[in-house]
Design a protein around this ligand. Sequence first.
Ligand code: CA
Length: 177
Amino acid sequence: MNSSITLPRACLFALCLAGAAVALTAEEKNLATNGGFEDVKNGAPEGWFSVCNEGGSVTHKAVADAPKEGKHCLHVKSKGEWAVAGSPKVKLDRTKTYTLVGFARAKSGAATIKIDYFKGDEHLGQSEGEECTKGEWTELKVVSELDDHKDATHILVAAVIHGDGEAFFDGFVLTAK
Ligand SMILES: [Ca+2]
C-alpha cells in the first residue's frame, strides 16, 4: 500500500513550497495598513486617525478626487501649527531598515510624510520627508532612523501638514529590509 505513504509526502512537499513562497513575498509586503486608502468607512480611510496641535483643527477623509492610484486618496485639511493623519502602528523588527514611499499634492500649505517612533503608546520622535507645496502628485520618501530611537517598539506612517493647509495623499508603501 504505497499510496498511503506517498500521498502525505506529496502534501508535505507542497506545504513546504507554499511556506517558502510566503517567506519570500513577506520581504516586500506593504506594512502600511490601507496605504492606498481604498478601504473606506464612514467617509474616512479605515484604520487611520488624525490629530493636530491643541487649539488647531484637522479633518481626514477618503475622497475620489483625482487619486494617484486606485479610486480613493487621503484628503487632509487643517488649521493650526501642524496636523497629522496616521496609520495603525506596526511592531518593529529592529534588525531591519524601514522605507516609506508615498505621494502628496498640496492644494494649499506644505505637506509631507513621516515615520513616527513609539515605545508602546509613548511618542518618541519622527523622521520626515521633504515638503511638497506643489499641486501635482509628488513622490516623497523617508528611511527609518532606528539608531536614533533605541527604545522604539513600534512605528506608524503618517501624512503631515505644516501650518494651515489642505493636501491629498496616496500610495503609501512601507517596506522592511
Ligand atoms: Ca489610492
